[in-house]
Each structure stands twice: as C-alpha cells, then as structure tokens.
Design a protein around this ligand. Structure first.
Ligand code: 5GP
Length: 193
C-alpha cells in the first residue's frame, strides 16, 4: 500500500476587487489543513502588507533572476512592469507537509496551475456582480490611484471572459453567502478520494 502525503491544490482567480481575498481568508479560518501559497511580486507593498505573509516582495531584478533560474511554477506580468509568480519551493513545502495549498492568482496563472495539477486541483472563479460594482469596490478600497484602478477594470473585463474555463464559478454579490458556498464546495472537493 502506498500512502500519498501530498496535499491537494485549491486555486482562486478573480478580477481584482471581486472579494477573493476576503473569501480566501475566511476559508483558511474555516477549514483546517489549508495553507496559503505566498506568491512573489515586483510590485510595492500596499497598506499593511507584509513580506513573507502577503507576498515575497522582490525587486524586478531579483524576480527576473528567479525566472532565469527556473524557480517559478508559473509567473505573469499581471500589470505593466508588475510581475507576479508562484515559487515551486513554496508549493512543494506546503504539499510535503501534508497540507492543502490555496492559491490567489490571476486568471491565466490559475488556468496554468490547474493544467499542471489536473484532478488534484480545483479551480474556482470568483465573479463580481458587475463591472460597475467592481469599480465602486476598487474606489472604496482607496489603496490604488485612479490610473491603477482603470488598468484593473480593463483587465477585469478581459478576465471575465475566462470564467467558463474554471471548475466552479461563484458570484460574490453577498459576501456571507459567497463564503458559505465556497466552503461547501471546497469541503466536498477535499472529501473526494
Ligand atoms: P494584487 O496586486 O491585487 O495583490 O494582485 C493582482 C493580481 O495578481 C491578482 O489577480 C492576483 O490574484 C494576481 N497574482 C498574485 N499572485 C500571483 C501569482 O503568483 N501568479 C499569478 N499569475 N498571478 C498572481
């Protein structure tokens, strides 16, 4: 008999402002054995974000060196000159410890990770109720300049077209309901052999 100690892979993608971060935080509190995969990025920290907890904040040079060394499972230039990527080592460490890995990545990254892990992974798309609502949320968050918000909205419109390629789509028009639905979907996925 072989025992597979490797954890499963749970991927969340959504346009920025769809409420994905809140849903992921609540899911990590609700289900034991889940660990957040901390990505690397070349963007600057926002608000109270901490190195090693929210992201590994790297200079563009440090980031590109890791790309050249083949240290990333996937990486994307999510916004102009802003690189984001998943470190292979981060994912390996979590899975070998027997925990399940939770990803917060952009749509292209999410679909790449899903392709890599196949049935060991579930890819969930969090959908904002509308582009207008998304714009309101990004403005209320007040952490980005109008220019950055405009970039995020343009990208969101493009990303929404990929929703049908995900295993599950959750519309976040009510955060409590979205958290409940997400938790049920993930519990079901983890219970499957
Ligand atoms: P933010 O700047 O708002 O933290 O993130 C911007 C976008 O980059 C979000 O859609 C987020 O999911 C995505 N992102 C974060 N980490 C990664 C990563 O490792 N790979 C990819 N492809 N996207 C990421």
């Amino acid at each position: 008999m072989t025992v597979d100690l490797k954890g499963k892979v749970i991927i969340f993608s959504a346009p920025s402002g769809a409420g994905k971060t809140t849903i992921i935080r609540r899911l990590l509190e609700a289900i034991p054995g889940l660990r957040f995969s901390v990505s690397a990025t070349s963007r600057a920290p926002r608000g109270a974000e901490m190195h090693g907890q929210d992201y590994y904040f790297l200079s563009p040079d440090e980031f590109r060196k890791k790309v050249a060394n083949g240290e990333f499972l996937e990486w994307e230039e999510v916004y102009t000159d802003k690189l984001y990527g998943t470190l292979k080592q981060e994912v390996e460490n979590i899975r070998l410890s027997g925990n399940h890995v939770v990803f917060d990545v952009d749509v292209a990254g999410g679909l790449n990770i899903k392709r890599h892990f196949g049935n060991e992974a579930i890819a969930v798309f969090i959908m904002p109720p509308s582009i207008e609502e998304l714009q309101k949320r990004l403005e209320a968050r007040a952490t980005d300049t109008p220019d950055v918000i405009a970039q995020r909205i343009a990208k969101a419109k493009y990303e929404l077209s990929f929703a049908p390629n995900f295993d599950k789509v959750i519309i976040n028009d009510n955060i409590e309901e979205a958290v409940q639905t997400t938790t049920a979907i993930i519990e079901h996925f983890l219970a499957k052999q």
